[in-house]
Design a protein. Structure first.
Length: 420
């Protein structure tokens, strides 16, 4: 069982937001390897996220730019009181999956499996209802890899059925050609579907007086949202250099997104309406370089850049932020690791993200994150034990996706054991 508890205290308009987050997750897997090469895996997973949110958004008059008299006139019988939200929200997921892989003759590998998932949400603040809503998802998947001399063909599908959008069929076809043991070229075409979340489908963010009378809608969903369709085509080169001490992977891709979920501004009010009538087309490049140095250790460097060809937005007012700003234009990072002796190793990770106005979130300032890990590897009676000292975000605070989701520097100790 794993878990995490966080507390956040941040500004919200003229008031403050106190947020207590409790995240717990458990995972149990069973794996069996047969002499025939058959690999069988079964896994169950559970996650529960609980958020206690106490928010004070200031007086109604201040929040909406009105005088106290105008508030009394617009809402007979009401006074200019503070807008306060004191709610406990939670989301929960149960997931079970079975997967089996085995060789077919000497040139093919077959993988198949099935799974089921239950998602459950209760959020009076974001759904404007006190009950719990849920959705079920069932999936069947398979993948076949076949080799013919220097050519490898990879084809797979995922058939999904859920309560929100019924059936969807995702599929992928990939080709890989080995010019030699050191140089490979691959290409792939993918069509995939993303099901709207329970929050996106049912969102009803409403401000109310303390007696329950509605002040204003802020963000509501149109409902009956369709699955977002993602079509992607990519071609990539992978090469091994200097006797395998360095490998380089360079990829060029083109991606189209249809039925993209976003929110538009209503033409006669300030409410934002979540809808799925949006499109976006991207193309970009990314690369990864990995190198092993005898004395220095292993170094990995990565970089990605995305260009937006076009976007199509639905907005009754014609006034809105661009969807393309909801994705980072570029990002890069680096990682270093070294095994000093048999019982001690260390690693460091750096990541840079530019300023991004996240789709569905907030405008987040650029940030650079640095992590450090020191690990002691111990063995006793044929069992393995690891003691890790981990420092994450060893710099300034930064926000992820929205301004209230603040990630602070932290240092912790982690113990793990592998018993045989």
């Amino acid at each position: 069982m794993n878990g995490r508890i966080e507390d956040h205290d941040t500004d919200a308009g003229t008031g403050r937001v106190d947020r207590h987050i409790d995240n717990q997750y458990q995972s149990l897997a069973w794996v069996h390897e047969a002499d025939s090469g058959m690999h069988t895996r079964a896994q169950v997973y559970h996650n529960r996220l609980t958020i206690q949110e106490d928010a004070n958004f200031g007086l109604v008059s201040t929040a909406f730019g009105l005088s106290p008299a105008a508030v009394a006139l617009a809402f007979p019988g009401q006074t200019d009181e503070a807008i306060i939200i004191n709610e406990k929200n939670y989301s929960e997921r149960y997931d079970a999956e079975f997967e089996q892989s085995f060789p077919l003759f000497d040139t093919s590998q077959w993988v198949w499996g099935f799974g089921a998932r239950l998602d459950r949400v209760r959020s009076p603040a974001f759904l404007d209802r006190q009950d719990t809503i849920d959705t079920e998802d069932f999936r069947l998947f398979a993948n076949l890899e076949h080799k013919v001399e220097k050519l490898t063909v990879n084809a797979g599908f995922l058939l999904s059925h859920n309560d929100l959008v019924q059936e969807s069929l995702s599929r992928r076809l990939g080709l890989s050609y080995a010019f030699s043991q050191q140089h490979h070229l691959r290409a792939a075409a993918t069509t995939a579907y993303r099901t709207p979340s329970l929050l996106e489908e049912n969102q009803m963010l409403v401000l109310r007086f303390s007696d329950g009378e509605k002040i204003s809608d802020l963000l509501i969903s149109e409902g009956d949202l369709k699955s977002a369709k993602v079509e992607e085509y990519d071609i990539a080169y992978k090469g091994f250099w200097y006797g395998g001490a360095m490998d380089v992977e360079l990829r060029k891709f083109k991606r189209r997104l249809d039925n993209l979920v976003d929110s538009r501004r209503d033409s006669i009010s300030t409410v934002r309406i979540r809808n799925d009538d949006n499109q976006l087309q991207q193309n970009g490049v990314d690369f990864i370089v990995n190198a092993n140095f005898a004395e220095f250790g292993r170094v990995s460097v990565n970089y990605a850049r995305t260009h937006f060809d076009y976007e199509k937005l639905r907005d009754d007012t014609g006034v809105r932020d661009s969807i393309r700003e909801g994705y980072p234009e570029y990002q890069y990072g680096a990682q270093w690791s070294k095994r000093w002796v048999d019982w001690f190793e260390s690693s460091a990770t750096y990541r840079y993200m530019p300023e991004t106005n996240w789709l569905g979130g907030d405008r987040i300032e650029r940030f650079a994150r640095f992590d450090l890990r020191l690990a002691w590897l111990l063995k006793h009676a044929d069992n393995d034990y690891t003691v890790e000292l981990i420092g994450q975000n060893l710099g300034d605070d930064y926000a992820v996706f929205d301004t209230q989701n603040v990630f602070e520097p932290r240092v912790f100790l982690r113990l793990s054991a592998s018993l045989y």
